[in-house]
Design a protein around this ligand. Structure first.
Ligand code: FMN
Length: 187
């Protein structure tokens, strides 16, 4: 059911680091992005796939983790992502790819969840540093980064109370994500 898949597709930030993700699996996820809509069918997005431990460390250091969790600097060793997908935009073809990037991201993450994996998309990226690691030509802009792995955390959806939309973690390290009520979305 699509609802189950969407509900399970949370932003996972802690993983079983001993569970690796193969190139073939990453390619299956990119195939979903390939089939996804783009404005005017322009298809300006390209992808870098990373799933080797040494590179993983470099990419990890470029990401800003969970801004609302002030005391948490990101997953510890043993709980880090095991693969990354960097979504690049060919700026010779399109200048404002944000909608296309969002759709591609969602397809990839839904596909990951269907495979028993999960991930988180990152807008908070040290793009200068990442560009160096990737040795990217200037025609390619770094848009979002997706971190992937086998999720090792429980995430629950709560109702928004008093307008507070900030996610938080309880004593048992369960991650809570407040969502607005259906009736509050309709104008
Ligand atoms: C465009 C976009 C950028 C995001 N960037 C980050 C980020 O840089 N770091 C991070 O930890 N989470 C990031 N997230 C994840 C959001 O924090 C997350 O979607 C939100 O807290 C709701 O949780 P949910 O995805 O489980 O519904 C991003 C999400 C989106 C849609």
């Amino acid at each position: 059911m699509i609802k189950d898949l969407v509900a399970k597709n949370r932003s996972y930030r802690r993983f079983f680091q001993d569970v690796t993700i193969s190139n073939d699996t990453l390619l299956e996820l990119i195939e979903l992005a390939r089939l996804t809509a783009t404005g005017a069918n322009i298809q300006s997005l390209n992808y870098k796939l990373i799933n080797k431990s040494k590179k993983n460390e470099e990419f990890f250091s470029c990401l800003g983790w969970a801004g609302y969790l002030a005391d948490w600097k990101g997953p510890e060793d043993g709980e880090k992502p095991t693969a990354y997908i960097i979504i690049l935009n060919d700026n010779r073809i399109k200048q404002n790819p944000q909608y296309d990037v969002g759709l591609a991201c969602q397809s990839i993450l839904l596909g990951a969840v269907e495979k028993g994996l999960g991930g988180c998309m990152f807008g908070s990226v040290n793009r200068e540093q990442l560009r160096e690691y990737l040795t990217l030509p200037k025609e390619y802009d770094i848009t979002l980064v997706i971190a992937l792995g086998k999720p090792k955390e429980e995430i629950v959806i709560d109702e928004v109370v008093d307008g507070n939309i900030k996610y938080w973690r309880d004593d048992k390290q369960v991650h809570h994500v407040p969502k607005r009520k259906l009736e509050d979305l309709l104008l």
